[in-house]
Design a protein around this ligand. Sequence first.
Ligand code: NDP
Ligand code: OXD
Length: 311
Amino acid sequence: MSRVQLLFAGADEYTEIWQQAAAGNPGLDLVPYRPGLDPAGFRYLMMWRPVPGLVAAMPNLAAIFSFGAGVERLLANPEIPQQVPIVRMVEPGLTQGMAEYVLWQTLRHHRRIWELEAAQQEIRWAPHWYPAAWDRQVGILGLGTLGQAAAGHLRAFDFTLRGWSQSRKDVPGVTSFAGPAELPAFLDGLDILICLLPLTPATAGILNAGLFARLARGASLINAGRGGHLNEADLIPALESGQLAAASLDVFAVEPLPAAHPFWRHPRIFITPHNASDTDPRTGLAEVLRQIRAHDAGAPFEHVAERKRGY
Ligand code: NDP
Ligand code: OXD
């Protein structure tokens, strides 16, 4: 079987770790893109942030594999021809990492860890009350690959779960809500809201004051979708009014989050630097190779982003 040549156009700091992962994969040659390298002969490209002019110089391009699950940047890039499939990253490392992050943050909010941290700072012994997990209403915006995996972890801890997606889902232990008409019913009275949506024109700014008002008073927000989902100006007022108790944010409108941004210093905002989950280079490359082999054997690519719907 011939080896697959994959052109890798990722940030310099990631190249070495991906090269190491590729070295352990006998079917694959991973070639880092450098200015001056002629990309014309490559059929497969791995990229997340578009490299200006690169795709136009690849007349034989058969598919672009995204490093990540979210492909809004690639979809918005006018240089990528409509007929070139953009394959979203769906691989066990990325999925497991996100399910883990969601469980970790949900438990922090469930147990109101910020109250305990504040008490410890003041050397104050202050046991606090919290309900059983099954009395917590937890909602997941976006019940796709990552949302369903997160739901699996939360179900194992007995949270009461709702999920919202475009199409209705049948996920064990999750009450499914579908489409804009069912969004209010999904939100009503939620204690913890998790965003795992893709960023599209329909979902941009969805986390705003109007939405927060529908949640239970003192609810928590976890955003690991995209910064563009949150109307940032609405968050601190919601925390100060008590409508929201706390937030965990992994993604921001501007990344890295500027040092002067008030989110950094807010005692009830927990920040992670857009690494709720990352693609595991080993399992990610194995998935890319699997897809290419299956395609060569006549199967269609899987997890291809649909341009019209925007994800
Ligand atoms: P999927 O495409 O598998 O799932 C997306 C889900 O969102 C689907 O359930 C889809 O509904 C739903 N959805 C999309 N648009 C709407 C809408 N307008 N109304 C209601 N539901 C909608 O994506 P993944 O689960 O793989 O990834 C989700 C997102 O997570 C990525 O796009 C990315 O932004 C983010 N992400 C963040 C990471 C981080 O480290 N912070 C890491 C990886 C991903 P339906 O199922 O009906 O199509
Ligand atoms: C992704 C991400 O989309 O890491 O995979 O944000």
